[in-house]
Every structure is written in structure tokens, then in C-alpha cells.
Design a protein around this ligand. Structure first.
Ligand code: SAH
Length: 375
């Protein structure tokens, strides 16, 4: 018998239909599913539109379906969460606690680039000067979680302090974006995978969610950013999918000794190996990598750290994003004052390292980077 006779039979025309929950499924998957239910194929398109455009929460509410069929759909889950709690920070960032089917709670954050309605006046000209065209006024970024909790236990991050429970499914990731979109009544323009969890420990579901956010929800791949602390071989795996998403890597230190003090997983995945994989990412995808660097006063914000960082990144097609530390209760790190932040920034600039400072939004609602937690 030839080897090919032993290989599994694949049916390229029939997509994998291990759904429901339905959210996150493509038009092809939904069409295959309705056909499996004995319905005509065009119902797939209707279902797709009701799920992604109308945000339907129960299949019984899809008015274009026959009464008889609807009756049999009552228990088919779409995969929508419920808003357990919602808090609005003074900068109009909204933090959501979302309850999942099994009762677990995760956080998602909605970050409008320009505060809405009355808040526009409060922000006044300060914000208007920062935006350069009409389109950017309407930006709405969603920060999504990829796991319930996080196993990485980075020393300065609140999420890791609460431990790890489980991966999120693709439905649970896509749901966060739809939930924020509906609550703001505004189209989501950008998604950052920077909420609770380590995306590259949940690569399959993150990749399916990326695909769905792009194809079904309609967000451009370049407006999606996946942030990782670095998991061996996973950055290369991501690169091989040839996506146009932005890769952000949490670096936080210019050398191995300091990095492993802040990030326990760095012990088994040294900085040099991580940077090698990042270089391969740039080669394979042609996209630059963004390096995140949380500034902790007196720990990693000294001039010599800035110099060492720029030397290490010399010739690397990358961008450094400095994030002044957002305080959490368990540890006594401090945010550097603005002089120190500027000094660090200026050294990188002088050394020709592309750099920007990202002041996290939502600080007052504990919704900023590193402040999300399960309880
Ligand atoms: N696990 C992923 C994504 C989640 S965290 C990662 O590590 O990249 C998103 C970003 O917020 C990371 O760069 C993370 O290091 C940073 N962060 C964590 N705690 C923070 C804190 N207290 N203040 C500022 N940024 C923090």
C-alpha cells in the first residue's frame, strides 16, 4: 500500500464544523452548520449577519428564520457573555467585568481615542491637537483577555498575582470586542491582545479569534496587536502564518540578569533566544516588532539601562514602547517621575532607537496595563 493511501482523507470543501458556540465561526462554517441542520445554505449568510452585525444574543430572536426552526434552536449557544460590572474612568476608558458561561469573570477594556459626547468638552483642545485627522477622532481600541488569569507571574503585574484558571475560547475572545462595540455604540477600530493572560500560551484560539475579528467583525489585521512576554518557538509559529498583525514583545529589561528578576519565565527562555526569534519574525513577515518596556523607578530606568537597550536593539527593525509603571497593591515598585521618563526616552532617541511613551489609559478604574485581575 502506498503511503498516500494511509494519509487521512481531507475534505477541503467542508470546513471544520465543531461549532457551537457560533461566535467566531466564519461564513463558511456557519453555512456548513445550517446545512447540517437541514436548512438551505443562504441561511448561513443571514446567521452570520445576525451574529456579527446585529449582535443577536439568542437564535430565537432571528426573525427571518421560520418559527418552527427557531423553536429548536433555543439551547444552541451563540457564545455571548454578560456584563457583570462596568466602570468608567475619568478619561472615559471603560473597564468591563464579563461573566462567562462557567461563571468565570474576565476583564476587557474599551479605550476611546477621543472621549465621547460631553467628555469632549472636558478634554478640550489638549486632545484635539494630538489627533491629526477626522478619522482618528473615532478610534475605539479594545484590550482583550486571552486567558482567565495568567500563569506567567511577572513580578509587577496584577493578573499573575491571582493565578491561572484556563484558556479562553475563540468565542470568548471575539465576544469581548462585540460587547465593547455594542456598549459604546461605535465601531471598534483596533484590538490589542494585552488584557489578562499570555496570548501565545493559547495560540490556536488567539489565531482563530484574529481571523474572525478580521474577516467577520471587519477589523484590519494591521489594527490588531498581539502582545507576548515570549514563549519559545511560538513567535516563529505566529510568523509562519504570515499575518499582518503587529507583534508586541514585553522586554522590560536590557539584559538577561535583570529580565529574569522581573519575569520568571525568562529563566528558561533567555533574552538572546527571544531576540533571535524576534529577528526571524521580522525576516519572515517583513513587519517590525514593537518592544514594550515597563519603566520601574530605580530598577530598569537608569541611563545605563537605556544605553544598553539601544545597543542591544541596534540594527533591529523595531520600536520601543515605554510604559510608565501602573501601581498595583502587592508590590512596591514605583513609577519614575517625568524627568526620569524623559531622560530614558531621550537617550534612546539620541541613539537612534525608535521610541514612544505610552501613558496607559484607565488608571483610575484599575483598567490600565497590568492592573487587570480576576477578583
Ligand atoms: N502577557 C502579555 C500580554 C498582557 S500584559 C505580555 O506580557 O505581553 C500587556 C502589557 O502590560 C505587557 O507589556 C505587560 O508587561 C504590561 N504590564 C504588566 N503589568 C504592568 C504594570 N503594573 N504597569 C504597566 N504595564 C504593565
Amino acid at each position: 500500500m502506498s503511503l498516500s493511501a494511509l494519509s487521512p482523507i481531507t475534505t477541503p470543501l467542508l470546513p471544520n464544523i465543531s461549532i457551537p458556540p457560533l461566535l467566531g465561526a466564519s461564513l463558511e462554517e456557519l453555512t456548513a452548520w445550517v446545512v447540517q441542520q437541514g436548512q438551505p445554505a443562504y441561511r448561513g449568510k443571514q446567521l452570520h449577519s445576525f451574529i456579527y452585525q446585529q449582535g443577536v444574543r439568542s437564535l430565537c430572536d432571528i426573525s427571518v428564520f421560520s418559527k418552527q426552526w427557531r423553536g429548536s434552536l433555543a439551547n444552541i449557544p451563540i457564545g455571548r457573555s454578560t456584563i457583570h460590572h462596568r466602570s468608567v474612568a475619568p478619561d472615559d476608558t471603560v473597564k468591563y467585568l464579563l461573566q462567562l458561561d462557567d461563571g468565570e469573570i474576565i476583564e476587557a477594556v474599551g479605550i476611546p481615542t477621543f472621549p465621547r459626547d460631553g467628555a469632549r468638552e472636558r478634554w478640550g483642545n489638549r486632545e484635539i491637537r494630538k489627533v491629526d485627522n477626522e478619522k482618528s477622532l473615532d478610534r475605539l481600541t479594545v484590550c482583550v483577555s486571552t486567558q482567565v488569569g495568567c500563569p506567567m507571574a511577572c513580578d509587577f503585574c496584577a493578573t499573575g498575582k491571582g493565578g491561572y484558571k484556563r484558556n479562553l475560547t475563540r468565542s470568548e475572545i471575539v465576544d469581548q470586542v462585540l460587547t465593547v462595540q455594542e456598549d459604546f455604540q461605535q465601531r471598534v477600530s483596533n484590538v490589542v491582545f494585552m488584557g489578562m493572560g499570555e496570548p501565545l500560551l493559547n495560540t490556536a484560539n488567539v489565531l482563530s479569534a484574529v481571523k474572525s475579528l478580521n474577516k467577520d467583525v471587519g477589523i484590519g489585521q494591521r489594527s490588531l496587536t498581539v502582545s507576548t512576554v515570549g514563549i519559545r518557538d511560538r513567535i516563529r509559529e505566529l510568523a509562519e502564518h504570515q499575518l499582518q498583525v503587529t507583534l508586541a514583545v514585553s522586554l522590560h529589561a536590557p539584559n538577561q540578569t535583570l529580565r529574569e528578576k522581573l519575569i520568571p519565565s525568562a529563566r528558561s527562555y533567555p533574552l538572546e533566544d527571544l531576540l533571535t526569534e524576534c529577528r526571524e519574525y521580522v525576516e519572515i513577515t517583513g513587519r517590525r516588532v514593537s518592544f514594550e518596556y515597563v519603566l520601574l523607578a530605580g530598577v530598569n530606568d537608569l541611563p545605563e539601562h537605556a544605553l544598553e537597550l539601544s545597543q542591544r536593539l541596534r540594527g533591529f527593525q523595531s520600536h520601543v514602547n515605554l510604559i510608565p509603571y501602573n501601581p498595583i497593591s502587592e508590590v512596591d515598585y514605583k513609577r519614575p517621575n517625568s524627568d526620569r521618563i524623559n531622560a530614558f526616552f531621550n537617550i534612546l532617541k539620541q541613539q537612534q532607537t525608535a521610541v514612544s511613551v505610552r501613558y496607559s489609559r484607565g488608571l483610575e478604574a484599575d483598567a490600565a496595563c497590568g492592573q487587570l485581575r480576576r477578583s
